[in-house]
Write a protein that binds this ligand. Sequence first.
Ligand SMILES: C[S@@+](CC[C@H](N)C(=O)[O-])C[C@H]1O[C@@H](n2cnc3c(N)ncnc32)[C@H](O)[C@@H]1O
Length: 285
Amino acid sequence: MNEATAPAPGTAPSAEELTRLCDFIYRRSGIAYGEGKRGYIERRLAQGMHRTGTASVATYLALLRLSPAEAERLVNSVTVNETYFYREEYQLRCLGRAILPEIVARRGPGDRVRLWSIPCSTGEEPYSIAIWLLENWALVDAYNIEIVGSDIDSGALAAALEGRYGDRSLARLPLAVAERYFEAPLAGRRQIIRDLRESVSFTPANLVDAASMAAQGRFDVVFCRNVLIYFDDASQRLATRHLFEALLPGGFLCLGHSESLGRLPTGFAQRRFEDAVVYQRPAAA
Ligand SMILES: C[S@@+](CC[C@H](N)C(=O)[O-])C[C@H]1O[C@@H](n2cnc3c(N)ncnc32)[C@H](O)[C@@H]1O
């Protein structure tokens, strides 16, 4: 713990104050921090108080309600942004081999196909989708492919727009592929080439907020990977309802490998393809 992460003497939160802070985070994001994560939340609280120069926990909790900017910074500080290029590559294979062929079978050449990566964290997932399709899907130029990345974390979205990545993010990407879509390394980081950066758009959205989800319109495929694990049952139900609404009839939802809709009452049908199991909003009758 350093100066900014340890509570100042006499400012340690009570159990009730910590519960109020966790409730605030939960209502904003759907992320459920239980008893086991109280130390983590306490450190984020100490950082927030340090950042805002707040002398007591009670004052900081009051400030959160008055300052949307600080509420945003707090939420940004508690998100887990772990991601990397070509993560769970089997789903990218499934996209090119099974999902997109089904979708474009109902379309004409030049028609728009909309893909949504939510949450996209720092951008590796939507850029991976773009790179994968350019590398592997022969029909990529025959359709108007639109790729959107969204996240609740405004700091992660800013990093996604900039598109600069270190070795850890790039580790799974074949070198020849990296050479084609990234600038030369500069101070240990490589930036996505401008053409590719401009082909993906980024916009904030919150999985548990109906209005922010509806504002993005409808999509043919949604990648919603590695976030539902941070939600409790109620947030998962809310998020999956919004995801269902975000899909066009016949559209597909891809979850992370440890996630499933198994226990949730949803209108989705499960589809088992050779490369992956995904979910589909039934096509209109
Ligand atoms: C572990 S990352 C997953 C990124 C990417 N989908 C992947 O699988 O590599 C989880 C992301 O979920 C985002 N997140 C958490 N709650 C969210 C919410 N309510 N709405 C949108 N994004 C959220 C976090 O900000 C974080 O960037």
